[in-house]
Structure formats: C-alpha cells, structure tokens
Design a protein around this ligand. Sequence first.
Ligand code: NAI
Ligand code: X2X
Ligand code: MG
Ligand code: MG
Length: 334
Amino acid sequence: MAKIYYDGDADLNLLKGKQVAVIGYGSQGHAHALNLRDSGIDVVVGLYEGSRSWKRAEEDGLKVTTVEKAVSEADVVMMLIPDTVQPSVYRKYVHEGLEEGNMLMFAHGFNIHYGQIIPPSYVDVTMVAPKSPGHIVRRMYQEGKGVPALVAVHQDYSGKALDLALAYAKGIGCTRAGVIETTFREETETDLFGEQVDLCGGVAELIKATFETLVEAGYQPEVAYFEALHELKLIVDLIYEGGIYAMWYSVSDTAKYGGMTRGRRVINESVREEMRKILKEIQTGEFAREWILENMAGRPSYSKLLEMEKNHPIEEVGKRLRKMMPWLKGIDLE
Ligand SMILES: NC(=O)C1=CN([C@@H]2O[C@H](COP(=O)(O)OP(=O)(O)OC[C@H]3O[C@@H](n4cnc5c(N)ncnc54)[C@H](O)[C@@H]3O)[C@@H](O)[C@H]2O)C=CC1
Ligand SMILES: CC(=O)[C@](C)(O)C(=O)O
Ligand SMILES: [Mg+2]
Ligand SMILES: [Mg+2]
C-alpha cells in the first residue's frame, strides 16, 4: 500500500522563518508562489531580467528578483522553469548559491533522474509534484480544496528532508487531497507515460480522431465538437468523482453496451503493445535523449507539431462555441 500523507502529517511551521525561492512564474510557478504566500510562507520569485512574468508576479503582490539573488537568499529553492532550461539555469545561477543545509526542490524528476542536474552533496534534494496543471493547483487552493501530489526525497542531508517537503506540499494545498510517497524514478517514468499515452497525447488524439471521423463523414463540426470534446469533460467529471463504474451507472444502457463492446476495439491489443513500447522508451532514457536533442536542434519537430495543433479545425469551432458559454473559465494563453 502506498504511503499517503494528509494535513495532519505535515507541519507548516517547519517553513516558518525560512525563505522559499520559487524559480519561474509560469503554470506551476505562479500557483506555488501564491499558494505558499497565502499559507503565510515567506516567498520570493526568481526570474531572469526582462522576463514577461516579472510584472505579473509583482502585480500579484510578490517579491521578485533575479534567479541568482533569490537563490542566494533562500533556504528552499523550488525549480519551476521548463525542464529543458533547468540544467543551464541551474549551472549558471543556482549551483553556486546553494548553501549547506538548503533544500533544492523539483515538481518533476526529469533532470535529476536523467542526470541533467547534479546537486552538491550538502543540500537536501526533494520533489513535490502536483498531479495537476498549475492553474488548477491555484484554483483548487483558493476554493479551499487541493490537488494530489507526489513527494520524494533524492538526497537527505539534513535528516529532515521529507518533513520539510511535506510542509511545502501543505503550503500549496496538496495535503488536503493526499500526498503519496514515491521516488524520483517512479514519478518521472509514470508522469511521462501518463502525459504521453493518456492525459495529454492519448486524449488529444482520441478527441481529434472522433471529431475528424464525424466531420469527414459529413456531420456538422459543431455537433462533432460537442460530442467529441465538450461532453468528454462531463463524462470525465463522473469518472473523477465516482470512478469508471459510476460513469457507467449514469449513462444509458445503450451507451453502456456500445461503450463496453466498442471501447475495447479502439484501445485494442495493438494500442496496448504501442503503450508498452512507449513505456520502454521512457525507461531506457530514449525519450529523454530524443527530447534533449530536439531542444539542442532548436525544437524543429516540436514547433511544427504545436503549430498544427493550434491550427486544427477543432480550435476554430471550439472558440466560437465556447464564447456562448461564458461560465467556462478559460486559461489566459498569453
Ligand atoms: N505545467 C504543469 O502543470 C506541470 C509542470 N510540472 C513541472 O513543473 C516544472 C515547471 O513547469 P511549467 O510550470 O510547465 O513551466 P512553464 O513553462 O510554465 O514556466 C515558465 C516560467 O519559466 C520562466 N523561464 C523560462 N525560461 C527561463 C530562464 N531561462 N530563466 C529563468 N526563468 C525562465 C518563465 O519566465 C516563466 O515564468 C517542470 O519541471 C514541469 O515538468 C509538474 C506538474 C505539472
Ligand atoms: C500537468 C502535468 O502533471 C503534466 C501533464 O505532467 C505536465 O504538465 O508535465
Ligand atoms: Mg504530471
Ligand atoms: Mg509532466
């Protein structure tokens, strides 16, 4: 059984009197910094000069300074800039500034697990990885709720690394939902696998393939949008709240029979075989190597693919239809 920590297992006081530097103010960065601040923790945001996030963080009432300065003043440093820029920023501005007994933290194990960042032996190295997009980490905290997270200790110099990491997890609201103890390896491999085959990659392809099949067959794109994309959230909400069986319970018998017999034909043995291959690529480091090289080459495939996603016909239909549902909270794409 997994070891799971809740509010009562974490002591926020361990962070009182300490300075926490949140490096980066993007998806996770803004959520961690604001949640910690609202939990009464002393936070400073570290950014590069000229960063577009600088003004936003200041407008949100946070102290902002350069990465180098933030690290030199901090006791706890959380790395929340993109995984691919972390190694160079770490070497230039973080490594030197780490003092004995400080704690270096991550929200994803990629750079430690694949050896891209090698911290000094005299610091704690831990991870608090929310199992949620950053904007939801913030939204749930504000609603008095929390998102689950994983906690892991890579290096325990102080002997208190786990307790400190749990205090941090409490500060961002995660112990309200549950924080599971894991390792950097397990977090990294499962997180990459989940986002590739299910959460991001798998779901996006499933939606597009459903939409395209309907539109190609001559059905109206608006009908296809509501069916393939919009209603997915409503169905997933049932799964999220009660499990897959609760979803089956709520849908019609016709949907139950059609779904149970046809779903298996969509996610068939060849799809499962492909999933196993993808997992192997993650475990052997092949995916990590490919992604690191893609970045060194200036991200040619990444940029092309992202542009295709942006211009997919489902985006145009979606924009139009979502305008008519003002209660949908959009995410600022700037
Ligand atoms: N996006 C998410 O919801 C999740 C992300 N994570 C992990 O959290 C970490 C942060 O990811 P995101 O929040 O997606 O990052 P992001 O892409 O939203 O981060 C952007 C931020 O990094 C700053 N930044 C970019 N380049 C920089 C540089 N050279 N020097 C200093 N600052 C720089 C930007 O100014 C901005 O504030 C990653 O390790 C990621 O794997 C973990 C769970 C979910
Ligand atoms: C949101 C999250 O947890 C992801 C999908 O793993 C990520 O953004 O890297
Ligand atoms: Mg994740
Ligand atoms: Mg991830």
